[in-house]
Design a protein around this ligand. Structure first.
Ligand code: VNL
Length: 207
């Protein structure tokens, strides 16, 4: 995945409409995948149990000024955040797009190591912390029309594993699962957003 491919999905992830978990309870598509969506520990670790090789590629690691909705969700006073955007690969296939937003002040207190993670998975650092808490879990469904994907991106997302032919299916959409939640160490909160790509173990719906 190029930086541009990652940015395409990050935009969808940021614009998604999120709902609380109970909004999905009982729905068949949700029940099938909820053990992944509601994983409270490290997703990276969970992926590592599913494949021999998990690799993280960072696309963006910089300071930004966030929009007010994110600031509100995190109850952050200031609007300057550290942004980390990654693609996670399992078996060299793109499985997950993720963004981490950390208030600048929190970097100075509890999260100073986050600025130079590079290819080290975030979870390896965070989930080893004894006082870590996860709150405000929310789920989103993201629909992407097949004809919004370039031929090249389509190839990267599906390789040979797909039963979908891009041209027969150009009027259809893939429906992907995403989630966001807040992690907190001491008084420092950060926002994690994660989008499961079609060939990840969680799969996708297509219609
Ligand atoms: C990272 C890896 C972030 C796996 C994730 O969610 C994740 C990372 C924010 O290394 O930045 O599920």
């Amino acid at each position: 995945m190029t930086d541009i491919d990652n940015a395409f999905f990050q935009e969808r992830l940021a614009a998604a409409e999120y709902f609380s978990i109970d909004q999905f309870a009982g729905r068949e598509e949700f029940e099938k995948v909820k053990s992944w969506l509601l994983e409270m520990g490290s997703l990276t670790k969970r992926f590592e149990q599913a494949t021999a090789s998990v690799k993280i590629v960072p696309h963006v690691e910089h300071f930004i000024t966030v929009k007010s909705d994110v600031q509100h969700f995190l109850e952050a006073e200031a609007s300057i955040f550290w942004q980390r955007d990654i693609t996670l690969y399992g078996n060299d296939m793109p499985w997950l797009i993720a963004r981490t937003l950390v208030p600048k002040k929190a970097l100075l207190d509890d999260y100073h190591k986050l600025v130079d993670l590079g290819t080290v998975p975030l979870g390896r650092y965070l989930f080893s912390h004894p006082t870590l808490q996860r709150t405000q879990f929310e789920i989103a469904e993201i629909s992407i029309k097949i004809n919004e994907l370039s031929k090249d991106l389509f190839q990267k997302l599906f390789r040979n594993e797909s039963t979908i032919h891009p041209y027969q299916a150009s009027h259809k959409s893939i429906h992907l699962w995403a989630r966001r939640s807040i992690l907190q160490i001491n008084d420092s909160k950060l926002l994690l957003s994660e989008l499961f790509l079609p060939i990840s173990p969680i799969g996708f719906n297509f219609y």
